[in-house]
Every structure is written in C-alpha cells, then in structure tokens.
Write a protein that binds this ligand. Structure first.
Ligand code: CA
Length: 394
C-alpha cells in the first residue's frame, strides 16, 4: 500500500485519520490487510510525512504493529515543515519584490539575465558543463558584479544600486533581531523558479495577516513582520501546523526508514531548510542514523520536480519506467524489505522533460556526501567527511 500526498494543506490528525481509513478501505477491497505501508509526499506532503513519523510512528507499518520485522518506509520531499518561518521568509522577500514601482524591483527579464550569469559563473565548478550547478554552496557569484558601470545610464544587462541591494537581501539568510536565525535564503541557481511578476510571491502571503495577526483585508501588509510577530506565530501554531520535531528515535527504533530529498534549485522553499532539519536530527540523535535516514540534495531540481537538473527519480511522476537505481521509491522498498540502504541515487533528465529519450543521468550521493564526477558526469566517488564509498561495488 502506498499513499500519495501532495500540496493540500492538512493539519495534525488529518494524515493519521486518512491513513487509518485507507488501511480499512484496502482491507475491505482486497479481503486482507496490507503487508507493508509506504508514504511519499512533497512540499506540504513532505511536511505531512514528517508529522506522521514523529506523531504517529506506527501508521506506516504492517499488519502486526508490534512486530519490528514489519518495517515502515517514508519518502519525504522538500518539506514545508517550518511553516511559520518559511512564510516569514516569503513575506520578507515580498518586501523587496512585490511592488514593481519600487526602485529596487527586479523585472523578469533582468532575473533571467542574472540567472544565466550565475550559470556561466558556477556551472563548471562541479567539473561538468551541463547547465547544472551541483553544489550551489561553492558558487561565489556576487550581486554587486552586476552593478551598472555607468549608472544612472542603466541597461538591460546591468543592475542599479537599488536592485543590487534588493538582490543581496534576497540571497541573504533571514536573521532577525538579536541575531535570531529565521530561515535560509534561496540558493544560486534557483532564480528560474522565482515569482517575479511584481505581485506577492506565492506561499500564502496572507498567512500572517489572516491566521496570526487577525487583521482586516484592508490592513494586509507584508511590511508588518518582525521578530515578535514570528514568535507569536510560533506560539499560536495554528492547527499545529509546524512539523519540525527532530526526534525520530521512536520511528527509527521500530525499524523505520526515511529517504528525504530536496532540489538545490528550489525557488519556492529554500533548499537548505532540509539541510537544517537533517542537522537538527544529527544534533538530537548523536548516534549514527545512516541506517534509518538519508537525505539527497538533487542538483538543478526545482520545487519537487522540473528544472535543468536530473529531476526524475519516481518522485512526482508515474509516467516514467526507471531502472531500480534510478527509482527512489524502489530504493525505499529495497531498504525496508531487503536491508539495502541507498548508497547512490541515479537522477534522470529526459529530453524535453517528456522523454522517451534520456538527455543525461547523474549519480547523487546522500548528504553530506559530495558526488565527485568526471567530465562526462560519471561518478568517481562519494566523498564523505568520515568515509568514502567504493562505487565499483554498487
Ligand atoms: Ca555543472
């Protein structure tokens, strides 16, 4: 039995109750209970998955809920788990980019130009010239490099001082008063997915107004956000919508397996929110949990899908027929049922994103591993802080 959850916003018990009913329906239809239960979801679906394994760790389990050999498995993509802080970052970006009459507003054609400049500067840092930035954290592109040399004589291919400041703010992590870290910024390479229409960026721009501040439609303004507003949102936590609990021990102890993924070019939910979560789990559970939980950061993938990178791995599409190494759900089943942990994921980029032909494939190592590629994009090894995987054995 596999449950698919998408972008519909649900709260604490909704996933649990849906799961209970789904199991009953499955039993009624097939005349027997399921043997294994798997979960896959991205975005709000990823958040719901984290809620499930932390609040209801027995949900994705077999018919014998007390039997540890009946393992659960969960596939979590780009989770919007830190909903309050994610919306705070989105609102902050709105301050810079939602009004196209402001001098710092960056129009779509300049965003497109900037995106190409970033690709030009950082594409080959991973050793392969393919239009994909494999590790944006080593991309040193600076907004000021686009500053018009002869300002105020600006052109379509340079930025005014106000636009450079605006861009630097978008690329800067959101840190509030007293050095309070709120949320990571977008990565270099995510610009192609930015909302640059001059209106509010997506992701519930009225969340703070309607659910936290309870102010009228006439008073809605993203400019009202500050640290006390964010702390109020954390305190109210409407519908128990925050799913940032890093305590996965109960799920792990039941034999649970988690594959977590996030696109490095996500222009909707900044990529490092997943790295932040992984690091929090690492600080919470000091022992090695690589036999239970692995994170894959996907080069050049946008929000749950699409982008210039190898974004197809059975994450959001059932129209492709992939070999097991290139299918994350098959990896999860193999891990749960045969004990084979995914050492490397093979991401696929199809021609025109529809196939049937394959444009290229890229091996992706689990975080914090780094995929070392030769110039043809073939994997030379996964360099880990503590270990190095021998890919000839895969
Ligand atoms: Ca590249």
């Amino acid at each position: 039995m596999v449950l698919f959850f998408g972008f519909i916003l649900t709260i604490r018990r909704a996933v649990h109750l849906t799961t209970v009913l789904a199991k009953q329906i499955t039993r009624r239809f097939y005349g027997r209970s399921h043997r294994k239960a798997y979960y896959t979801g991205c975005s709000s679906g990823g958040k719901q998955g984290l809620r499930s394994i932390t609040s209801f760790p027995e949900d994705f389990d077999g018919m014998r809920t007390s039997c540890l050999s009946d393992f659960p498995g969960t596939l979590i993509g780009a989770p919007a788990y830190s909903w309050n802080h994610l919306n705070a970052y989105t609102l902050r970006v709105n301050m810079y980019q939602s009004d196209n009459s402001l001098p710092g507003y960056i129009p779509p054609e300049k965003v497109k130009f900037m995106a190409q400049q970033i690709i030009n500067a950082c594409d080959e840092l991973d050793g392969v010239k393919d239009g994909v930035i494999s590790n944006p954290r080593v991309c040193q592109f600076r907004p000021e490099s686009l500053l018009c040399k002869y300002y105020p004589k600006a052109t379509a291919e340079c930025f005014t001082p106000a636009q450079v400041v605006n861009l630097a703010n978008i690329f800067r992590d959101y840190v509030e008063t007293n050095s309070t870290y709120i949320f990571p910024a977008f990565e270099r390479g995510s610009e192609w997915l930015w909302s640059v229409t001059g209106r509010n960026w997506t992701l519930q721009p009225l969340y703070y107004s309607n659910l936290i501040l309870n102010i009228s439609a006439e008073s809605r303004s993203p400019h009202s956000l500050n640290l006390s507003t964010i702390e109020l949102a954390d305190e109210i936590n409407p519908g128990d919508i925050i799913a940032n609990d890093p305590h996965l021990e109960l799920f792990f102890n039941r034999g649970g397996k988690v594959i977590h993924y996030h696109g490095w070019a996500d222009g909707l939910i900044p990529s490092r929110t997943s790295v932040d979560y992984y690091n929090r789990v690492e600080r919470t559970i000091p022992s090695d949990f690589s036999d239970s939980y692995r994170l894959f950061m996907i080069p050049g993938m946008g929000h749950c899908k699409s982008g210039p990178g190898p974004w197809v791995f059975n994450n959001n599409s059932d129209t492709f027929h992939l070999d097991p190494l290139a299918d994350m759900l098959k990896h999860l089943v193999d891990w749960v049922e045969n004990g084979n942990a995914p050492e490397v994921l093979l991401g696929t980029k199809y021609i025109n994103d529809t196939g049937p032909g394959v444009e290229f494939q890229r091996p992706i190592c689990p975080y914090p591993g780094r995929s070392d590629l030769d110039w043809k994009g073939r994997l030379e090894g996964c360099k880990h802080l503590e270990m190095q995987i021998d890919v000839s054995q895969l």
